[in-house]
Design a protein around this ligand. Structure first.
Ligand SMILES: Cc1cc2nc3c(=O)[nH]c(=O)nc-3n(C[C@H](O)[C@H](O)[C@H](O)COP(=O)(O)O)c2cc1C
Length: 173
């Protein structure tokens, strides 16, 4: 093949420029994978009027809605605190958190962590309830502000232990 004369268009199809160069090692998500992004969120709050029937009502609605919305997670539920981890599609988690913020069965709702994740921690649980105080903070620690001082990593590690124990015991709810 003879070389193109200077100034003329090349005869072979040329690659389409891929846009500005990206730093090495940075990969962008596939456009279609964005809609499937999974968000994991942890918040804590102070129960308001805590009793068993109220807790049953929260868990029943949580499990019904979460199944419908592709949400999984766990709720540490005690007289003196809720800490909840929810994970699922971005939009569904955002909508749930707005409902949770507006719920008058608890107060002082405080976001502890929000993270894009690859793999769910509680894939088999629409909402696992955890009431075992030995796995979590003592009443005295809660009063002393231990949850406020805990890092997001420490809270995630706490939920990881709960997930491991639940997987070992295993009846999914
Ligand atoms: C501590 C706590 C945890 C909750 N967790 C969930 C949950 O995981 N999923 C959910 O749909 N609703 C949850 N709720 C209830 C919501 O705030 C809200 O009442 C409910 O989603 C409304 O659903 P409904 O319109 O079907 O009644 C929770 C409420 C509290 C107080």
């Amino acid at each position: 093949m003879s070389p193109s004369p200077p100034g003329s268009r090349p005869r072979l199809p040329q690659p389409i420029p891929a846009g500005p160069p990206r730093p090495a090692g940075v990969t962008l998500p596939h456009p279609r994978s964005r809609s499937a992004a999974i968000k994991q969120l942890i918040y804590r709050s102070q129960p308001f009027g805590f009793d068993q029937s109220m807790l049953d009502g929260i868990l029943m609605a949580a499990r019904r809605n979460n199944r419908a919305n592709g949400i999984t997670g766990a709720l540490i539920c005690r007289q003196d605190m809720y800490i909840q981890l929810v994970e699922g599609p971005d939009d569904a988690i955002d909508a749930l958190y707005q409902r949770i913020l507006a719920d008058d069965r608890h107060t002082d709702v405080k976001l502890e962590m929000s993270l894009a994740i690859e793999e769910r921690m509680f894939p088999r649980w629409a909402m696992l309830d955890d009431t075992n105080p030995s796995m979590t903070f003592s009443k005295e620690e809660v009063e002393d502000g231990a949850i406020d001082r805990a890092s997001p990593e420490a809270l995630r590690a706490l939920f990881r232990r709960i997930a491991d124990r639940a997987n070992a015991a295993s009846t999914a709810t």
